[in-house]
Design a protein around this ligand. Sequence first.
Ligand code: ADP
Ligand code: ADP
Length: 232
Amino acid sequence: MIELKQLTKTYGSKQKATTALSGVNLTVGKGEIFGVIGHSGAGKSTLIRCINLLERPTTGEVWVGGTELTSLRKRELQRQRSKIGMIFQHFNLLSSATVYNNIAFPLTLIGTPKAEIAKKVNELLALVGLEEHRNKYPAQLSGGQKQRVGIARALASDPDVLLCDEATSALDPQTTDSILKLLLDINRKFNLTILLITHEMNVIQTICDRVAVIHQGNIVEQGPVSQVFLKP
Ligand code: ADP
Ligand code: ADP
């Protein structure tokens, strides 16, 4: 479902260049939950941002659902991007929009008819357990509730892939567990492919099937979680 081939990313120009990724190869299968773990500065966020081309790779290929994204023209790229949902450490919600309208936003953007939006948003509100909070604004929600809105919004366009950028790093351990459980439920229910980056071992061990360890822009190890991190 996701395949990265010889992906490199260099920031800046010759004299002050920083190599964030140097030749990353990675394959994530349909329905898999794949984790990338590494210290701060290892290249995790560059990696995940290169998958939906929020960041343009310097060289290499990005395949999502059988399409190579780096060679696409703008319009086609936009279409393919709607198949990639993303959630963020700091949620990135619209503060002046209600829960309902935050979730509806991606559908509003592409001109989905109102009745269809209402049906979809109601389903998503039920899925993430926020039906009672539909008219609230983000500032009136807890961190966990905000991330539930983020998840619902990411799912609004029925993506094939969900990218999670340190999605639980701003949450306390108990809330983290409930968000991970929700992600696992969604993965099982829709056979949704999930790629997450994190610096937290607990996240990897709780929900990931396979893991890659990234260090200084290189994948230094990858495999099933139980093999890469032997449990004591
Ligand atoms: P992580 O997410 O693992 O903390 P990043 O992908 O953010 O790692 O960073 C990898 C490397 O790329 C670091 O050395 C970082 O300083 C550098 N870097 C990240 N973003 C930029 C940028 N926009 N401009 C220049 N250097 C960057
Ligand atoms: P607009 O400026 O287009 O009227 P609104 O924010 O008022 O935007 O909402 C657009 C539509 O979305 C409404 O007509 C309504 O059907 C639906 N909607 C908005 N908020 C809610 C909500 N909290 N519960 C159910 N439906 C809602």
